[in-house]
Design a binder for this molecule. Structure first.
Ligand SMILES: Nc1ncnc2c1ncn2[C@@H]1O[C@H](COP(=O)(O)OP(=O)(O)O)[C@@H](O)[C@H]1O
Ligand SMILES: [Mg+2]
Length: 429
């Protein structure tokens, strides 16, 4: 059922099909040998010329950045055609998106245009609207009349964020596992998903980035790790290459190895974000899949690692404390600029007919549940206690099957790459 939207935009000029670019200003070129920074292309959508002028004056004052400002009037219904004809790095919307119905329309227009950051200027700042805006992926909502500082801050903040260029579907391979709360099962799922991928023939590495309290290796091997992440990055950064990395890991299968976390806190504290960045890039080059066990912390090192992740699986359970923490973590991850297309919520130890349903979870967290993994206490604890992958111990267990399903979903993308001539055929029509 499609709700009638014709009359939602009070005061909008429905007749105006064409968008009017009324002003265009470009920042001055940078002189000297310093390569000029990428100019930020800002699109401004407003109701009328007065509003456009207001935004132009606020953003134009700042000549420290190279900015291109393109202004469009005509309201939300013109946005789609504006975006068809223009490439923006950031969109500022003045007044024309102030209700949840407007947000639904905005979401529709933005849905297939990647993660275009949006700042809304709105006189409606009711909590319900703000939450809906956050769910739509809007970065910031500023109350009208807008303070020039607030708008400049919001735009500067987005400009200085690391721009994540989305990896093409078939090349997505770095998968991070996070938990909002301890004991959710993120390490168990990460390590056993790695096993499922390796078992299916994909060369897979798991990196334990839970630097302080990492225990990932214990979940899939009973051998003591001979070396760990701190050895690899701190002592040997200079000789870090694929072969050395492979030799530093615990081999679980010929196609699946685990790099253990540092064994003492002091060495863990010395690991730097740039080292982790190099390590993950190297692993991504060398392996078909790289799984990161992140634990719960969001610090400089883990944010660097998450920046490298194509998918972030947020693991939670079906009880209130987990939901509360999942919501916090989800919002924190969104706040860090990770788009909803990269975030995947996994409800672990899921019980059908439980007191709290997936719908309840989705409502509370503000995001869809990506998948569920059943509860299987006896088999899982037996496998974990023996340091064995669950699938090696109980391949028919429903949890092992769920993990196979998660592996298959990731593998299918790589298959698509291998048979791209075929998918080329399918995409003709
Ligand atoms: N689907 C499951 N069914 C039953 N027990 C599970 C399941 N997933 C995890 N567990 C149990 O929960 C414990 C804690 O999991 P862990 O992966 O260490 O959590 P986290 O890394 O999020 O702190 C594991 O030792 C395992 O025994
Ligand atoms: Mg853990």
């Amino acid at each position: 059922m499609t709700p009638a939207k014709e009359n939602d935009h009070k005061g909008n000029n429905h007749g105006s099909e064409a968008t009017a670019a009324v002003g265009q200003t470009t920042g001055r070129p940078v002189s000297g040998n310093v390569p000029p920074p990428q100019a930020e292309r800002i699109g401004v959508l407003a109701l009328d010329q007065t509003q456009m002028e207001e935004v132009r004056q606020i953003l134009d004052l700042n000549d420290a950045t190279r900015r291109t400002l393109s202004l469009f009037d005509g309201g939300l219904q013109t946005l789609s055609s504006v975006l068809d004809r223009n490439q923006f790095d950031l969109l500022v919307i003045h007044s024309v998106c102030q209700t949840e119905t407007d947000l639904a329309r905005l979401e529709q227009v933005l849905s297939d245009r990647g993660a275009l950051p949006v700042v809304l200027l709105s006189s409606n700042v009711e909590p319900g609207f703000l939450i809906a805006a956050m769910r739509t992926g809007v970065r910031d909502v500023l109350k009208l009349p807008v303070s020039p500082e607030a708008l400049r801050d919001a735009v500067n903040h987005i400009e200085h964020q690391v721009v994540h260029v989305p990896t093409p579907q078939e090349k997505r391979k770095v998968v991070a596992f996070m938990a909002g709360k301890g004991g959710s099962g993120s390490t168990f799922l990460a390590t056993n998903l790695g096993y499922a991928l390796g078992k299916a023939g994909a060369k897979t590495a798991l990196i334990d980035l839970n630097l302080q309290f990492g225990d990932a290796a214990l979940f899939v091997t009973d051998r003591m790790p001979q070396s760990n992440l701190a050895d690899v990055v701190s002592d040997n950064m200079a000789r870090l290459d694929g072969a050395f990395l492979q030799a530093s890991m615990c081999e679980v299968l010929p196609t699946y190895s685990v790099l253990a976390a540092p064994e003492d806190l002091e060495r863990a504290a010395q690991v730097r974000p740039d080292q982790v960045d190099v390590l993950i890039r190297l692993a991504a080059h060398r392996y078909e899949f790289v799984i990161l066990d992140m634990g719960r912390s969001l610090d400089a090192v883990s944010v660097k690692a998450l920046d490298c992740a194509d998918y972030i699986y947020l693991v939670m359970q079906q009880t209130l404390p987990f939901i509360r923490d999942a919501k916090r973590s989800y919002e924190a991850l969104r706040g860090l600029g990770y788009g909803t297309d990269r975030l995947r919520i996994v409800v672990n130890r899921y019980q059908k007919g439980g007191e709290i349903t997936n719908e309840d979870i989705e409502l509370a967290v503000g995001a869809k549940v990506w998948t569920t993994v059943p509860n299987s206490y006896a088999a899982v604890s037996a496998a974990v206690n023996q340091g064995m992958p669950l699938a090696a111990f109980a391949p028919r267990d429903p949890v092992a099957k769920a993990l196979d399903g998660m592996a298959i979903e990731l593998l299918e993308r790589q298959e698509a790459k291998k048979h791209s001539w075929l998918s080329g055929l399918w995409h003709h029509h």
